[in-house]
Write a protein of this length. Structure first.
Length: 254
């Protein structure tokens, strides 16, 4: 995660995906003025997601290379980055409820708004879904354009850098909400990367009596305990299922 510098003239610096093992920090043109219904954001902080690493190590995974994306027209080269926050630098026509200078975070799911899934409240699986930073230029840059309907204002007393964690935190919160009522329940979270840590924290906040994390990395084990894991089980050091059964008085059975 890093903070951005300030764009100069008609160009800015950005991390551009060109291919597998080929991401270049280079000078690129500034994005055009935001179109109707969009805003331009001056990026303050942007996290590195696992999907960004996958595009570097094994891409193209999601980045369209064979033909332009149907919603955005992006093909091939793409500025990565979608876990970000910043301040509004410009408003497109018709945007209401936001003002230049306001700090915001953004959902990454750019969607058409017209397909079955969009019209039934499931825009995250839009038939033409374009993820910011994968199917459209993203926030590993000084400025980025995104639809205004994806924005969330940051409270005045909210640390700016924490805004870049809202998108991954929402993934963990979604998992907890899908699990149902966790009050007093036993919970196991597989993996303590960023999403796993967010899930642990959300499960604790939802009232789980015990949260067990499965993790092998020493650094992640420590972080899991710091955010609320009751126990951390290392699958490389023990029979993980047997240990979960022991910790849950037999509840962790298949």
């Amino acid at each position: 995660m890093t903070s951005s510098t300030v764009a100069h003239g008609d160009t800015m610096r950005a991390a551009v995906w060109h291919g597998r093992h080929d991401i270049r920090v280079e000078t690129v043109p500034l994005p055009e003025a935001p179109p109707e219904g969009w805003v331009q954001i001056r990026v303050h902080w942007c996290g590195i997601c696992g999907s960004d690493l996958h595009e570097y190590l094994a891409g193209p995974v999601f980045i369209p290379v064979d033909k332009p994306h149907p919603l955005t027209g992006i093909q091939g080269q793409c500025i990565l980055g979608h876990e970000f926050c910043g301040e509004i630098a410009a408003l497109g026509a018709g945007v209401q409820g936001f003002a230049v200078g306001e700090r915001v975070a953004a959902d990454a799911c750019q969607h058409c708004g017209h397909c079955y899934y969009c019209t039934h409240g499931m825009y995250n699986i839009c038939e033409n879904l374009a993820f910011t930073g994968l199917m459209n230029n993203g926030a590993f840059a000084e400025l980025v354009n995104v639809p205004a309907n994806l924005l969330y204002k940051l409270p005045d007393n909210f640390r700016t850098e924490a805004g870049a964690l809202i998108e991954p935190l929402a993934v963990g919160m979604h998992a907890v909400k899908k699990a149902g009522n966790l009050l007093g329940q036993q919970v196991v979270v597989v993996g303590a990367g960023t999403i796993g840590l967010c899930t642990i924290a959300c499960a604790r906040a939802a009232g789980a009596a015990q949260v067990i994390a499965l993790e092998m990395s020493a650094a992640r084990k420590a972080r899991a305990k710091a955010v609320g894991a009751s126990h951390v089980v290392d699958p490389s050091a023990c029979d993980a299922l047997a240990e979960i059964r022991r910790l849950t008085a037999g509840l962790g059975r298949t």
